[in-house]
Ligand binder design. Structure first.
Ligand SMILES: *Cc1c(COP(=O)(O)O)cnc(C)c1O
Length: 422
């Protein structure tokens, strides 16, 4: 395929014509710039709003108005069991059994809750391996968990860096570090797809090596979920969490999701912080003493479902459910490949694509590292109706998402970029 790409609008339009996912674009609202849709390449930061959200939100508001508290059981989608709406669809997206996932809280909160269950350090086994340059919230979460248990982050956290002069971390460097840490290693906690470089780590291999040294493997899938193929159950991942507002298009501050492998989820003795929503549903309203966790990931819930937040999640997952991750991935590889092909022919600007070139080591995002002038290029793009994303110190991230971006988007972006004169 890559050899047959052509840098013309005609080629791009033709690719869109034969793209079976093209009609999905119509299901989303696009921000406007000079009375036309922007070129939105920022689904890795905040996905676009499904058009169906506003109708469903109105419906939920009217159920609240009409039923008051009785909406817990009488609403069209009863609030008592609202979170059940998501497990099956989320399970398909992350490659899990239905009982292994639940939608709850927000990402960093869930990361903490899961680490409280699965980071159980002892005086000898207390180290955590993570990637250097992780998303700051993850850095703070891991650092403060380590302190909470009375350890020193400098000693307990092993950060894996790219080799000197590289931007990417070799999967082999994780493997070597895990083996070197051996019995001192309690947890491997990395972002499945790095937010800055777009690198997709080999979670299958990392998980196996982690288990070989007797440690736990947990992943932050913020940039992976809905973007790359995941098989959390088969890879034997212990736990994972994600947010829903990036590739899952569920709105700012959207409800997060967790995965707990059934080997842990079905063990009521795994320690956790409990709340009433994680309790056995048949006795939830008996208001008695003694927490009885629901089996599976659902047993990690604490508070009742944030229904208004979940309305958008429901609308967004409905769209995912009309296709599947393998069709999305197939288009994504082609679409990002096209963007990469176009970018490589640019001569008026100085930048390096730091995202891996191998498709199995990346999702849809490409990260452009500028020597200088990056910020100026970014501002010019913005002024020309492109929504991309700037990450300090010098990277422009662009993410053509297969659900609503087109080959035409990539071509028009390229046209604007190659005409920039600094
Ligand atoms: C987006 C993102 C977050 C954001 O965390 P919230 O708790 O949802 O605010 C955290 N970690 C990673 C890796 C992210 O990409």
């Amino acid at each position: 395929m890559p050899n047959s790409y052509i840098a013309t609008l005609e080629f791009a339009l033709n690719e869109d014509r034969i793209d079976i996912l093209f009609p999905f674009r119509e299901r989303f609202h696009f921000p406007q710039h000079n009375n036309a849709a922007v070129i939105y390449l920022c689904g890795n930061s905040l996905g676009l709003q499904p058009k169906s959200v506003s109708f469903l939100m109105e419906k939920e508001l009217s159920d609240w108005a009409n039923y008051g508290v009785e909406g817990h059981f009488k609403a069209t989608l009863p609030w008592f069991s609202y979170h059940h709406l998501f497990s099956e669809r989320l399970a398909k997206i992350v490659g899990a059994n239905k009982d292994e996932v639940v939608a709850m809280n927000a990402l960093t909160v869930n990361l903490h809750l899961l680490m409280l269950s699965f980071y159980r350090p002892t005086p000898n086994r207390y180290k955590i391996i993570m990637e250097a340059g992780a998303f700051p919230s993850d850095q703070y979460a891991i650092e403060t968990q380590v302190r909470l248990h009375g350890f020193n982050p400098e000693d307990a956290i092993i950060e894996i860096n790219p080799k000197k002069g590289n931007f990417l971390i070799d999967d082999a460097d994780f493997i070597d570090a895990i083996n070197a840490a051996g019995n001192s290693l309690a947890l491997v906690m990395i972002g499945g797809v790095n937010y800055y470089t777009g690198q997709f780590f080999n979670l299958d291999k990392i998980t196996k090596t982690t288990h070989n040294v007797g440690a736990i493997a947990g992943y932050d899938l913020a940039h992976a979920v809905g973007n790359v193929p995941l098989e959390l159950h088969n890879w034997d991942v212990d736990f994972a969490c994600w947010c829903s507002y990036k590739y899952l298009n569920s709105g700012p501050g959207g409800v997060g999701g967790i995965f707990v492998h059934q080997k842990h989820g079905n063990n009521p003795n795994v320690p956790r912080l409990a709340g009433w929503w994680g309790n056995d549903e048949t006795s939830r309203f008996k208001m008695t003493k003694g927490f009885i966790p629901q089996p599976g990931a659902a047993g990690w819930q604490m508070s009742n479902a944030p229904v208004f937040n979940m309305v958008a999640h429901n609308a967004a997952l409905d769209i995912f459910d009309k296709t599947n991750m393998s069709s999305l991935r197939e288009k994504s590889i082609k679409l990002t490949g096209y963007l990469e092909f176009l970018l490589k022919s640019i001569t008026n600007l100085n930048f390096t694509i730091i995202t891996p070139v191998e498709t199995e080591r990346r999702g849809c995002q490409l990260s452009l590292l500028f020597d200088d002038n990056g910020k100026k290029v970014f501002e010019t793009l913005t002024n020309n109706g492109v929504i991309a994303d700037w990450r300090e110190p010098n990277v422009i991230r662009i993410a053509p998402t297969p659900l609503y971006n087109t080959f035409e988007d990539c071509y028009r972006f390229y046209e604007i970029l190659r005409n920039i004169i600094l």
